[in-house]
Ligand binder design. Structure first.
Ligand code: MF3
Ligand code: CO
Ligand code: CO
Length: 256
């Protein structure tokens, strides 16, 4: 690893832990009656207090500090006065910008008791992210990631969203390469030592088609079926990979 790579890994590690800790805090307040505004405020304050910026705030006009995507919302849900109710599932997506480096991560949370099918979707989504991550090493292919995710998800009876993908990041929030969450092994770009990117599969209970609402941000499933997502920021090492956004409190997923 060159000095340049080590520096980018150090920076991303710091940004990533702040983002992951923000989600650990979020998990403590998720319950029926809480608004998505309140989740946003917690993220804003936690990240600010950690000496970082919330990268989503004012990014391309996005109005809030995190994305809150409930039930059939696929991604980019805007925090507002919406009240969480028993049985909802919600993704909270935070990105910390610390000393010039980005750490981007999201998790699902369950509001009270949720349906068995929702739990199955959440588990399949988390497991697919981990299977995607486990393919990573210097010289492997971007297609290996998508293939691992897609084959797991489809075997579970769910579908992989095509309209959004993971992304390179670093000093910029979003940059090349695109990380597709579907595909064929040994296709696409090969991974180079030190590459930094996110893997963030969005998985639908029904069809994979999505549409964006009139607010210009909120993406929903066309068939109104449930959608789930988890996201980690990762880096390619000579041994394989480093995950920069792991929960230090074991709160990676609500369903083991
Ligand atoms: N965090 C999201 C991602 O995973 C991007 C959110 S951009 C925003 O890439 F503007 F919607 F916040
Ligand atoms: Co991302
Ligand atoms: Co994100």
């Amino acid at each position: 690893m060159t000095d340049e790579i080590l520096e980018s890994f150090d920076g991303t590690r710091k940004a990533g832990s702040i983002a992951a800790e923000a989600l650990d805090e979020v998990s403590e307040i998720i319950k029926p009656g809480v608004t998505t505004e309140k989740i946003d405020k917690l993220c804003y304050e936690f990240i600010n207090d950690a000496g970082a910026y919330s990268a989503p705030l004012f990014y391309r006009g996005f109005p809030k500090s995190c994305c809150t995507s409930t039930n059939h919302i696929v991604c980019h849900g805007i925090p507002q006065n919406k009240i969480l109710k028993e049985g909802d599932i919600i993704n909270v997506d935070v990105t910390a910008l610390k000393d010039g480096w980005h750490g981007d991560t999201s998790r699902m949370f369950l509001v009270g008791d949720v349906s068995i099918k929702a739990k199955k979707l959440v588990k399949a989504t988390y497991d697919s992210l981990i299977k995607g991550i486990k393919t990573l090493k210097e010289g492997s292919y971007i297609g290996d990631i998508g293939s691992a995710i897609q084959s797991h998800v489809e075997a579970e009876g769910f579908s992989v969203v095509r309209d959004f993908c993971g992304h390179g990041l670093g000093r910029k929030f979003h940059q090349a390469p695109n990380i597709l969450h579907y595909g064929e092994p040994k296709t696409g770009e090969r991974l180079k030592l030190g590459m930094l990117f996110t893997i963030e599969p969005m998985i639908n209970e029904g069809q994979y088609n999505t549409k964006v609402l009139n607010d210009g941000w909120t993406a929903v499933t066309k068939d109104k079926s449930l959608s789930a997502q988890f996201e980690h920021t990762v880096g390619v090492t000579n041994k394989g990979y480093e995950i920069f956004t792991l929960s230090k409190k074991g709160l990676e997923t609500p369903i083991a």
